[in-house]
Ligand binder design. Sequence first.
Ligand code: ADP
Ligand code: MG
Length: 688
Amino acid sequence: MKLLDLHNLSQKRLNALQSAGIYHPEDLLLFFPRRYLDKSNFKPIGLLRESDEAVSVAGKVQSVNVTGYKSKKRLEVIVQDGSGSLKVAYFKGWKYFINRYKTGEWVALYGKVKQYGRYMSMAHPEVDQISGPDDVDQFKTLTPIYPSNKHFSKAYITNQLVSNWIQQILNTTTVPEFLPEEILDRYNFPTRDQAFRDIHKPETKQQARQALERFKYEEFYLFELSMAKIKNIRISRADGKILEPGELTKKFFNEQLPFELTDGQKNSLKDIRTDLQSGKQMNRLIQGDVGAGKTVVAIGSMLMALDNGMQAAMMAPTEILAEQHYHTIKEFLEPLGINHRLITGSQKTALRRDIMSDIAGGTCQIAVGTHAIFQDKVEFNRLGLAVIDEQHRFGVKQRNEFLLKGDNPHLLVMSATPIPRSLAMTIYSDLDISIIEGLPGGRKPIKTAVRTDKERPGVYNFIEESIKKGDQVYTVYPLIEESEAMDLKDATMGFEKLKRRFPDFRIGLLHGRLKPEEKDGIMKRFSEGEIDILVSTTVIEVGVDVPNASIMIIEHAERFGLSQLHQLRGRIGRGRKQSYCILMPGQKLSKDGRYRLKMMIDTTDGFKIAEADLKLRGPGDFLGTKQSGLPEFKFGDILEDRLTLEKAKNDAWQIVRTDTDLSKPEHRSLKKVFKPYFKKKAEFFGIG
Ligand code: ADP
Ligand code: MG
């Protein structure tokens, strides 16, 4: 069957369907109801009370009248069931309904009850003709209510019409199954065909729920199947580069590093070493809260590559961060005679050409940079390890483009977004995960407080005292409505104000509009203690590390998301001193705003904050699914349907273990559906 076979399909309606993304009958089947009208709640007329909840009644038609004049005409029907009588009224479209009411015959009605004078009444109820008071089973079925859609309403595609079309499709089609029978049995899922029927015309709500569950499972299952397959392909790319840590790695850890590694750092490094020596391609995610010390782990890993004559590359989401990593690497690795280069988008052509030839020639051993690093023209000589910092800032797509750079380099991605472990394992299931728990020792927990504008003088006195004692201060302004201009204005005004208040202090202003050299210069001066107060927009947010800065003032704190506040706060509390985070809300706080600030005061635990943020915002927004290229599921919600996701994951990975190519006969239909699905995914994941 084709869309064109649908009844009552004008050209206009066909266009409307297509505008709504519906091209095939199956697309229409996949247009699911938003909710169901439950018409099974029958009441005797005598017991009806005014209510916002619609009810059903069955009654005999007593009288049918058209009253009023001209355009004000209306249809009035009196219906009676022995317990009382009900007035039914239609104002618009009454001509259409009048035929359904025949004096002396029975009707079933569904609508909201209102009291007018002595009558209980229903305006515009849904009506069916029935043969008597007990003939209500047909009427009782749940009525699907489809999502409203502006294309539909313009073409007069009513809810009823959508429902009719879908029934027409279901009457002429049998939708094939693709899930293995074993899975249908295990979870008691309806077949795909039955599930569509249960969604669009359920007998009970439970039936509709179970059908929906099947569709959620099905989309998670296909997704996880592709993750398993991608991982399989990567693992099979055994490249035989056994990487034994050598001189450089040992020197770095034994001679250069001024501190003991934490247990978390040691464990992550051990995991990485095992991966590298396994002879298979590493795909590892290191998760650790802000300040957990991920950079050192990255450097250690890169050195293992260098010890084996390979190059390493590290990619960061912003120029500031890339530059900072560059400086850290310089500090630690220059004494070891390691050649490293910085590559960013804003470099002059001549310089860039020089760097690229260094990378291509292999003299550059470590390349650090922004996404400029994986652009087409950059060619590595023998890239052995690719590190991606703050990976949640990159799309999955970018992550994989990076992988195409070398000859299947090992991949290490790092993230400070502490998403719950089980969730991470399902959505990043093509990666192995190490978690760095806890922060390096000797740090005092940050103290966080909320101060109002009235208390500003006190706050300023406090900063004054602290700076005199040698502390440094961040003052952060939020991004206002995505407008960089406004954003800048706020920060600039704050900067001017601080300069007036503290004429003797050295105050710097950092924002996204500065040239990279200027930003770099300011950051450098701040980190070398030549700036006392750094006024900044959110460009400061990611990963910047100045241990001597121990105070952070966050202006308009209510405008930041919880995770962002946590990330910002992570810039301080990195040294041995007591650090303070002062949240200054701009105006009245919303309920959410107050909750966010309270969470910030209550805890510094990134996982707790992430959970709270996840609940506040929902996973799509939290994980930035849109920009991160994480899967967007049509039916399932990775948080709410976590259990289903986990089941689907386990089942999918199991099947890839036992029947990698889905070549068993019982997987034939699955293979047919999976093949085109995977083709798209594989392109996306950089697997040719
Ligand atoms: P993040 O995990 O947020 O990227 P960084 O790698 O920037 O954290 O490390 C934060 C700070 O902690 C840096 O100044 C770093 O030198 C320091 N650091 C890292 N590991 C340790 C450790 N084991 N002991 C003490 N300080 C450490
Ligand atoms: Mg970092």
